[in-house]
Write a protein that binds this ligand. Structure first.
Ligand SMILES: Nc1ncnc2c1ncn2[C@@H]1O[C@H](COP(=O)(O)OP(=O)(O)OP(=O)(O)O)[C@@H](O)[C@H]1O
Length: 518
């Protein structure tokens, strides 16, 4: 390639500068950490200009201080001394006036205050100081300085021009990096906020990703921030207690107590004393004053589980607490005020109980302010696999095991079961399976016999025993092939049958063993 150029001595003026600028712009573009990457840039600038040293100073607008950010040819202590105020010395002036300055012979200049305490001459030769502002959109962010041996033949305007270009390139990269950093910080902050919002709404241990559960989580979040009485309804074992905890933990009462009372577990004679407390001598055996659960829950939440089981006389007293937020201890005359949020739960049909005269209608309306119906597990089977993983995890931790997964056939059995005991029953089934499981996989045969019945698996006996055995055999072979990734020899070992026997069955049940190779 032929280059037309103005000759300066043996060299073509402009070509070397272009090469330098190209090199600097490449380094700046590739720079990941400008602080570190400035040093080689300054080094190549020093080399190109046959200079002694070069450094970049940055102006901090908040404290109006100018500091050396990066340097080539200055020791660490010299760099550390390089601190300037706006208008102080040459650097302070360049930054203040946004104009370049050249001092041909620094040892003779009064302006050059030599804060770094570097040499003012080199081997008896005078040094020239060139300082240009780092300028972008008329804003000065710092200065670029170069110190070279004085040469009266060199036009300072050419140095200034070159350094100004380098300076604006550095300023542009610094601004870009700063903007990216600020953007990153903004995104981080946003992420932190979103994360804390997620954590806030996830402040519970309820597992479930079915649409029904997601709707319930939204309801929980809504009602949690209020003081409204909540009535949790649904069959036994569906996690009503977990929901009560979630509401409390997401409310502004979370730092106060959540007091739980199981109304059905207490004998009728004790329930009132349990709820409202008693004075000393209130009844035989009351040899001390005792605070009731409502008093203990002051400022927090009371969870009245099985509220449908409350005897009628207690229902009247409870009605008063709900209405007035006040009560008296048994045997006492002092009225105690309580600031408590009530969450009640029941698996009973309260409406039917009202019809039968077993439940007070006025109390029903008082507790039925915000009812939440939790559907039974059989109506949200999508949650089963996640719940199973959660419980395997739980029992792995509890029993110090390392069970990794559950086979498809076992999951299939869990998916078709009716789950009359809901999640509590599933939890128990998985706990048992984890105990039965001999390796790191839960198999269908680890599940309890109740799940293997025709009823639960929907496998009636219409076709007789043989098709059921064949179905089970097929599933066991599939499981073994999944575990061994389609390796028939290993699968036979797992099943404790010969390879020939396995081969015959694979053929009989038309199982494509190659499909299991991954
Ligand atoms: N969605 C769920 N995620 C995780 N664990 C759950 C879930 N639902 C229920 N459980 C677990 O199932 C068991 C029973 O739950 P819980 O005691 O809350 O049910 P309940 O509806 O209050 O039952 P009951 O009406 O018999 O008091 C608990 O061990 C609970 O941790």
């Amino acid at each position: 390639m032929k280059i037309n150029c103005r000759k300066v001595g043996d060299e073509c003026y402009g070509f070397r500068e272009l090469t330098l600028l190209f090199d600097i712009s490449r380094r700046l573009l590739e720079s990941k950490e400008l602080n570190k990457d400035l040093n080689p840039i300054l080094a190549s600038l020093v080399k190109h200009l046959e200079a002694e040293r070069s450094f970049v100073t940055i102006f901090n607008r908040q404290n109006k201080q100018i500091l050396i950010k990066s340097a080539y040819g200055l020791s660490e202590s010299q760099q550390a001394r390089g601190k300037y105020n706006l208008g102080e010395g040459i650097i302070g002036k360049v930054i203040e006036l946004a104009k370049p300055v050249v001092i041909p012979e620094i040892s003779k200049s009064k302006l050059f205050i030599n804060k770094t305490k570097a040499e003012l001459t080199k081997d008896g030769q005078e040094l020239t100081y060139i300082c240009v502002p780092l300028l972008l959109d008329n804003v000065v962010s710092g200065a670029l300085s170069v110190i070279r041996i004085y040469n009266p033949k060199i036009e300072s305007s050419e140095d200034i021009q070159l350094l100004s270009i380098v300076g604006s390139m550095i300023a542009k990269t610094a601004r870009y990096k700063q903007e990216k950093l600020e953007e990153l910080e903004r995104l981080r902050e946003e992420n932190r906020n979103l994360q804390s919002q997620i954590n806030e709404t996830k402040n519970h241990n309820i597992i479930g990703n079915s649409g029904k559960m997601k709707d319930l989580f939204a309801l929980v979040n809504r009602v949690a921030e209020t003081n409204s009485t909540v009535l949790l309804r649904g069959e036994s074992g569906i996690g009503k207690e977990l929901f009560a905890e979630a509401i409390h933990n997401n409310s502004n009462r979370k730092n106060k107590s959540l007091i739980k009372v199981n109304c059905s577990a207490l004998p009728e004679s004790l329930i009132e004393s349990e709820l409202f407390g008693h004075e000393k001598g209130a009844f035989t055996g009351a040899d001390q004053q005792r605070k009731g659960r409502f008093e203990l829950a002051h400022g927090g939440t009371i969870f009245l589980d099985e509220i449908g089981d409350l005897p009628l006389p207690t229902q009247v007293k409870l009605l008063r607490v709900i209405q007035e937020r006040e009560f008296e201890r048994i045997g006492g005359s002092e009225t105690i005020k309580t600031d408590v949020r009530i969450i009640a739960a029941t698996n009973r049909n309260l409406e039917e109980q009202i019809e039968k005269g077993e439940y007070r209608e006025d109390l029903y309306y008082r507790i039925n302010v915000f009812p939440i119906f939790i559907p039974p597990l059989r109506e949200r089977r999508d949650d089963i696999p996640t719940l199973v993983d959660h419980f395997i995890d739980k029992f792995n931790k509890k029993n110090n095991r390392k069970i990794k997964r559950i086979t498809t056939s076992a999951i299939n059995m869990l998916m078709v079961h009716r789950w009359p005991g809901n999640v509590r029953e599933l939890e128990n089934v998985i706990e048992r399976a984890c105990i039965m499981c001999k390796d790191d996989v839960v198999h269908s045969y680890d599940l309890p016999p109740t799940l293997q019945t025709a009823d639960s698996t929907n496998t009636g006996l219409e076709g007789g025993m043989v098709p059921i055995i064949e179905q089970v055999e097929t599933q066991l072979i599939r499981d073994a092939l999944t575990t061994t990734k389609g390796n028939i020899t290993k699968a036979a070992e797992v099943l404790k049958i010969t390879e020939r026997m396995l081969g015959t069955r694979i053929k009989k049940y038309e199982i494509d063993a190659w499909r299991f190779k991954v």
